[in-house]
Design a protein around this ligand. Structure first.
Ligand SMILES: Nc1ncnc2c1ncn2[C@@H]1O[C@H](COP(=O)(O)OP(=O)(O)O)[C@@H](O)[C@H]1O
Ligand SMILES: [Mg+2]
Length: 305
């Protein structure tokens, strides 16, 4: 009797708490900047760039969240030496809450592990869709910046996250396959998914000039054949400190704050913070997830035609 009353009180309080936070989010929601980091090819530095930017922003007091959608071996959690148990697929199945899977990284950044079981968003059931939206809706903390680290290749997931983000970073390095893979990704996104603006990061460059040349190589083909607008936003130097910090399972901006790569990543993070966040209601995290799914349904229809 006593226990059931306790449970009821607890449930009422929890519901009231949820409603209060829901109301606060409705009346005063934080607009979230969503940046997807991609590039087509593996090993070009996407994860290191995502984490470097995330750490630099979090260090400045921004509330940063990283969605680890990189399902390869060099995962965000591996790079940071974090232990991850459950992931986003468990949240969608209703096994646990989003807050239960969030792992804390350097400077309080929050990391959401996706999972290798979570393939294309198009493959999710309606219940899973609803579960995902609900999960982000119940998130208590506000998020200033959500960085999505994607896997190599051009999967459904990469396309979904690129479509739903406000900014798409394309990481390239000076290897022929990196350029051709980036081109293939930009081509697909611009021709079939309505993404036409891309921010290019030239990584592992030996000089600023090499970075510019790399960008020129890419724009030469995109300008000629595609309706895509590319902007070079950073040249990150090839820097042994990055590899050393990976070994230490730390982000380079913490392990070697004065290193050339750390300085470049800091500058990129500062620049990214000046990119405008949409003023419309689509700027909140729940809307990001809705956009992720709604547009994907459209893509699903398109694909099944
Ligand atoms: N600017 C850089 N200088 C030197 N090595 C780098 C740099 N960026 C990335 N690397 C190295 O390249 C490898 C791949 O980086 P990673 O971020 O895991 O790539 P991706 O996520 O694109 O697969 C790692 O071993 C990393 O240490
Ligand atoms: Mg990676």
């Amino acid at each position: 009797m006593y226990q059931s009353r306790m449970r009821r009180t607890f449930m009422i309080e929890t519901t009231m708490h949820d409603q209060a936070s829901g109301l606060r989010r409705l009346t005063n929601p934080t607009r979230t900047k969503v940046i997807t980091v991609t590039g087509g090819k593996g090993g070009v530095g996407k994860t290191n760039i995502t984490l470097g930017m995330a750490a630099a922003m979090a260090k400045q007091g921004k509330k940063v969240m990283v969605l680890d959608a990189d399902l390869g071996l060099a995962n965000v959690d591996v790079l940071l030496g974090l232990r991850v148990g459950k992931n986003l697929s468990h949240v969608m199945q209703g096994v646990c809450d989003l807050k239960d899977i969030i792992v804390e990284g350097p400077h309080g950044m929050k990391i959401i592990p996706a999972s290798s079981g979570m393939r294309g968003m198009t493959e999710l059931s309606m219940a899973q869709h609803a579960g995902l939206i609900r999960a982000f809706g119940t998130l208590e903390e506000d998020v200033d910046v959500l960085l999505v680290d994607t896997a190599a290749g051009i999967s459904d997931m990469v396309l979904s996250f690129s479509r739903a983000a406000q900014d798409v970073l394309i990481v390239v390095c000076d290897e022929p396959t990196s350029i051709t893979d980036a081109y293939a990704l930009i081509k697909l996104l611009s021709r079939e998914h309505g993404v036409t603006r891309f921010k290019v990061v030239a990584n592992m460059v030996r000089s600023y000039r090499e970075g510019r040349d790399l960008f020129t190589k890419l724009t030469r083909v995109t300008e000629r054949f595609l309706n895509a607008n590319l902007e070079l936003v950073a040249c990150v130097p090839l820097d042994e400190h990055v590899r050393q910090s990976v070994k230490k399972q730390r982000v380079v901006i913490d392990a070697f704050p004065k290193s050339p790569a750390a300085l470049a990543l800091n500058a990129l993070a500062n620049k990214a913070l000046t990119w405008p966040v949409p003023r419309n209601p689509g700027g909140h995290l729940e809307f990001f997830v809705e956009r992720l799914l709604v547009r994907d349904e459209a893509a699903g229809d398109y694909l099944s035609e």
